[in-house]
Design a protein around this ligand. Structure first.
Ligand code: SAH
Length: 372
């Protein structure tokens, strides 16, 4: 396999594994073996065929280099406010990187300095969103700027001005104006269409996401009769795919109200009617379900890095569905949660690691749990 070397590796901090890709897969497999090997056999990690330029969402910080007297864009040097100028990154979408370099050249002529520029591309639809983030609502000659940018990149489908007056680690502020196009893009995953707005969450490696979701749906063992509970459902992607692939009814629960709104509109967009979403804390919600002795056939859970809670897992054991599928982005909290739930009558039947973020230390895992 072709091996690429990154000259920004030390300063950037975006990647953590400075080793050839095949070795990274061995490293991640060993990590999973060490943390999860006692629960059941670990399947060989699903790696990426071409582990470069996989990120469909790219953001660059903008600043002024006093010494060289020029505008620069790139990433903050690990835990500092100093910008490392990056024109192209090994893991970012090439088109997105090109657009950011064009914006950098344009803002010089237009004499303004954005805080950040964010580009998202739908890999399967080829729709492209550009978000220019400034600290003040004033955007000089914005219509001419839009015209000039579109002339360089007619492939851009929407341009948004986002205003973020605060100096925090959050890139986007609350206020935005659409300067061009419909203000969002769409992408397709496993035959379903999803809307991506500037602020909404969407998986950043769509190629591997299909492998992750495909494994999760396979483990769910849907036959057309199951009631499916999608806990920590985000914008509803897994639940919507389940509803289209054999779940009889789906209920998604998610804490973030913007994500719930996106989930509802995603379900509509895909004309799915056997699905509902609720904005709630997953633990509180499932405790209510257990108290009401509701019947559930499959519980899908995809918690954040901190993992789930003991109360949530107690409620899972009370509801006693034949299958529980745990999708995890952190094998350490996954190991802790498996330790707990395997004392309550569940057994891990399959464990599948998926490499969603090549060159970083992250690894995603899908676990099938069933009774006895
Ligand atoms: N399954 C989704 C998202 C998983 S990310 C996908 O594949 O895209 C984890 C999600 O859990 C996030 O959307 C986060 O907002 C949500 N979350 C975090 N804490 C939560 C809680 N206590 N209750 C419900 N959802 C929570």
């Amino acid at each position: 396999m072709e091996i690429k070397v990154c000259k920004h590796y030390k300063k950037c901090g975006g990647c953590q594994l400075d080793m050839p890709y095949p070795q990274q897969l061995v490293y991640k497999q060993n990590l999973e073996q060490r943390l999860l090997g006692k629960f059941c056999k670990i399947e060989p990690i699903i790696g990426m065929y071409y582990p470069y330029h996989y990120r469909n969402k790219v953001q660059a910080a903008f600043g002024f280099d006093q010494r060289r007297k020029q505008i620069i864009s790139g990433v903050y040097q690990s835990s500092s406010h100093k910008i490392v100028c990056v024109d192209s990154c090994m893991i970012e979408d090439k088109k997105a990187d090109e657009i950011i370099v064009s914006v950098r050249k344009l803002v010089r002529d237009f004499r303004f300095l954005p805080r950040h520029v964010l580009v998202k591309r739908g890999f399967s639809t080829n729709e492209i969103m550009v978000v220019v983030v400034t600290d003040s609502p004033i955007f000089p000659a914005k219509h001419n700027f839009v015209k000039a940018l579109l002339k360089l990149h007619p492939e851009i489908t929407t341009i948004i001005h986002n205003i973020n007056p605060y100096d925090t680690s959050l890139v986007l502020g609350e206020r935005e104006t659409v300067l061009y196009g419909k203000g969002y893009i769409e992408d397709r995953l496993m035959g379903c269409t999803f809307r991506i707005s500037a602020r909404s969450f969407y998986q950043i490696n769509p190629t591997q996401t299909e492998k992750l979701y495909g494994t999760a749906i396979e483990y769910a063992g849907l036959t057309g009769n199951e009631s499916f509970f999608d806990a920590y459902c985000g914008t509803g992607t897994i639940g919507i795919i389940a509803a289209k692939n054999g779940a009889k009814s789906v209920l998604g629960v998610e804490l973030n109200k913007d994500a719930v709104k996106d989930a509802i509109s995603n379900a509509k967009r895909n004309q799915i009617e056997n699905i509902r979403f609720t904005c709630a804390d997953a633990t509180e919600y499932i405790l209510g379900m257990a108290a009401a002795k509701e019947s559930v056939d499959v519980i899908m859970m995809d918690p954040p890095r901190a993992g789930s809670t003991e109360e949530f897992l107690d409620a899972v054991a009370k509801l006693a569905p034949p299958r529980v599928v745990y999708v995890s982005c952190n094998p350490e909290t996954l190991a802790r949660d498996l330790q707990y739930i395997t004392k309550k009558g569940y057994k891990a039947k399959k464990i599948q690691p998926v490499d969603m973020f090549p060159h970083t230390a992250h690894v995603e895992t899908v676990v099938l749990l069933s009774k006895g």
